[in-house]
Each structure stands twice: as structure tokens, then as C-alpha cells.
Design a protein around this ligand. Structure first.
Ligand code: CZF
Ligand code: MG
Length: 197
């Protein structure tokens, strides 16, 4: 089985990538397997830019092909926030529960018809000596008024996935992968992978 390195320290993403790539015949290693790798600063202003920063820096240090994911939730009623700041919305310690509480508080008076939101995922593939490739995916939904479901990670318990008519956190990992921003980006990457590698 070929090995693929994903430059992430996020456990939720790591689990999703392990399952998604296993079905494509790849074994996923993440930065949990390479604890000496640094935290790459996300100084970009877009998901794509941050995914490229993470993939290129870790690829340079390892001298191997590396994929990175930069993703987040964009809420219309909050003018796109938390956006690229999704992981750290309620503070630098990246606490999913605190992030959810902050969004629920900011959204508590927003009516049903103004609660549209979407997840966005940018994947960057950095290969030594080649031009970095990026691909993206989105997933449309609505922000709930309270948590629902216990699967997934991040904001999944307060995200109503339109495509499944369920909260994201009520979906199995297979159901989520079929419709999620990460799953959509990976589908496109899968098509292009033979020509990139
Ligand atoms: O409910 C969710 N379901 C998802 O499927 C999802 N994907 C992303 N997110 C949110 O967006 C942040 C990413 O920020 P991010 O790309 O900088 O990653 P991160 O800092 O957590 O890890 P790393 O990959 O950078 O090491 C995450 O922490 C989450 O809050 C999600 N929330
Ligand atoms: Mg990050």
C-alpha cells in the first residue's frame, strides 16, 4: 500500500483522511506520526493560500510529496465568519466546544431563513521540484439553534447538511464523506492524482 503524508495535526481531519484514502489504496501518515515537524503559521488570507503554506513547508522539510488541508465554516449572517479563523474562533487553544458556543451565541437571534452557511475545504499537493496543485470542495447547509448528533468534529453538531437533511454530526463517516467539502475536494483530487504524482 503506498503511503501518503497529510500535513495536519487535527485529529478529526486525520481520521477522515485515513478512511477516505484507505478506499483508494493509500495509507495515511499525519504530523502525529512526525511530531518533530513544526506548526506552520497560517498567515495567508485564503483557504488555498494556507493549504499551500502548510503543504510546501512540510514537503520542503521532508523532501517528499505532502498534502495539506485548510478548511472552515463560512456563515452568511456573520459576513463569512469564522472562515479561515474557524479553528481558533473562540481562542488560540482551538476548542471545538467553545467555538460552537460562540457561533450559537452570535446566531441566537438570526431567523431560520438567514442561517445559510457552507463548509469549504482547500487541499494543496506539494511535490519537490513540481508546481503545487490545489483543489477545493464545498458543502451547503444551515446553522442550527442547538447541537444535534455526536459524530464528526468541529462545528458538525450545529451544521445542518442540506444534501442529507440531517445534522452533519448525525451522519456516519461514509455518509459525511459522500457530501462533505473534504469529500468533494478529494473526489476531484482522485481524478487528477495520476497526472500530479
Ligand atoms: O464541523 C466541522 N466539520 C468539518 O468537516 C470541518 N472541517 C474544518 N472544520 C473547521 O475548520 C477548522 C480547520 O482549520 P484548519 O484548516 O486550520 O485546521 P486545524 O488548525 O484544525 O489543523 P491543521 O490541519 O491546520 O493542522 C477546524 O478546526 C474546524 O473548526 C470543520 N468543522
Ligand atoms: Mg490550522
Amino acid at each position: 500500500m503506498s503511503e501518503i503524508i497529510i500535513a495536519t495535526k487535527n485529529k478529526g481531519k486525520a481520521e477522515e483522511f485515513k478512511k477516505m484514502f484507505a478506499s483508494l489504496g493509500y495509507e495515511v501518515k499525519t504530523l502525529h506520526d512526525y511530531p518533530d515537524m513544526p506548526d506552520v503559521e497560517e498567515t495567508g488570507t485564503t483557504f488555498e493560500a494556507n493549504a499551500v503554506l502548510k503543504a510546501e513547508e512540510i514537503s520542503r522539510l521532508m523532501n517528499r510529496p505532502v498534502i495539506a488541508d485548510d478548511s472552515g465554516l463560512s456563515i452568511d449572517a456573520l459576513e463569512g465568519r469564522p472562515g479561515i479563523f474557524s479553528a481558533r474562533y473562540a481562542g488560540e487553544d482551538k476548542n471545538d466546544e467553545a467555538n460552537i458556543d460562540k457561533v450559537l451565541e452570535e446566531m441566537k437571534h438570526v431567523p431560520e431563513e438567514k442561517r445559510d452557511a457552507r463548509f469549504y475545504c482547500a487541499l494543496a499537493v506539494a511535490i519537490p521540484g513540481k508546481k503545487t496543485y490545489t483543489v477545493s470542495g464545498t458543502c451547503e447547509g444551515k446553522i442550527l439553534y442547538a447541537r444535534k448528533g455526536t459524530n464528526g468534529f468541529g462545528y458538525d453538531p450545529i451544521f445542518w447538511a442540506n444534501a442529507k437533511n440531517k445534522a452533519m454530526a448525525e451522519l456516519t463517516s461514509e455518509e459525511k464523506a459522500a457530501i462533505s467539502h473534504r469529500g468533494q475536494a478529494l473526489k476531484q483530487l482522485e481524478k487528477d492524482l495520476p497526472t500530479i504524482l
